[in-house]
Design a protein. Structure first.
Ligand SMILES: [Zn+2]
Length: 251
């Protein structure tokens, strides 16, 4: 059964009855709150029979739950490792071309990290939405952004074989074969990241089933957004082309 109760900060929090008595994180004030039925529901609910637990277990249950800590430090570490791997691998593989890149292509060098940061922020919005639907928990934007940054770096790393082909460092066949391998690895790391680094309200990993579901849902959001942007782009383009035509035509 799902029910809603209020945090001390006033935020309405949804929970399921198996969460009663455990400590969850308030999506607004981020403080630990003990999940309990709201008074109006508790009054109507049939008095639950106290579970018959062996004495040792009963003692464990009686100890107040510690406030769950969100794994922001772990996420930051994972994102940092992925970024260092990406930059290190790219710098090593393209070291022969770095001298061309640095003086002439400074906009590329500045644009790539900015693109990665902004792209991850957009991905984080979809990730939060997907987690909200699949796990019914509002991930903090920082957590979502760190996860998005980490998997963006991993997936950028996994397409490097494709970038090696134009530089004649790999033949197209070799690049294609390697790309299948690294892209699969990237997908696997993404699923593992979603399943074990994204935590629910109780601070537990959301698990592989929900991890895959979150991943797929977020892909659907991205495809829908791309479709909307494409449609708007086409509409705007058609509109302006029609307006420009009389101006551009000589008669
Ligand atoms: Zn709160």
């Amino acid at each position: 059964m799902t029910f809603k109760f209020h945090c001390t900060c006033g935020q309405k929090v949804s929970a399921t009855d198996d969460m009663i008595g455990t400590t969850a994180i308030c999506p607004r004030c981020r403080s630990g709150i003990v999940v309990q039925l709201p008074p109006e529901l508790a009054a109507t609910a049939a008095p639950a029979a106290p579970p018959k637990l062996p004495p040792q277990l009963a003692r464990v249950r009686a100890v107040p739950m510690a406030v769950v800590s969100r794994p922001v430090g772990l996420l930051a570490l994972a994102a940092a490792v992925a970024l260092v791997l990406l930059i290190g691998t790219a710098a090593f593989l393209f070291r022969a071309h770095l001298h061309e890149l640095v003086p002439y292509n400074l906009p590329v060098l500045i644009g790539l990290p900015i693109g990665l940061a902004v792209g991850s922020a957009i991905l984080a919005i979809f990730l939060r939405l997907a987690v909200r639907i699949v796990v019914r928990f509002d991930l903090s934007f920082l957590e979502a952004w760190l996860v998005a940054l980490m998997i963006s770096a991993v997936n950028a790393l996994s397409v490097i074989p494709a970038a090696l082909v134009p530089f004649h460092m790999l033949s197209p066949e070799q690049g294609g074969k390697l790309l299948v391998l690294t892209a699969s690895g990237g997908l696997l790391i993404t699923i593992v990241t979603y399943s074990f680094l994204i935590r629910n309200a109780l601070g537990r990993p959301i698990g592989i089933g929900r991890g895959i579901l979150t991943y797929l849902l977020q892909i659907v959001f991205i495809v829908v957004l791309a479709g909307i942007i494409g449609a708007i782009g086409t509409l705007v383009g058609t509109f302006f082309l029609h307006r420009l035509k009389p101006l551009g035509s000589p008669n």
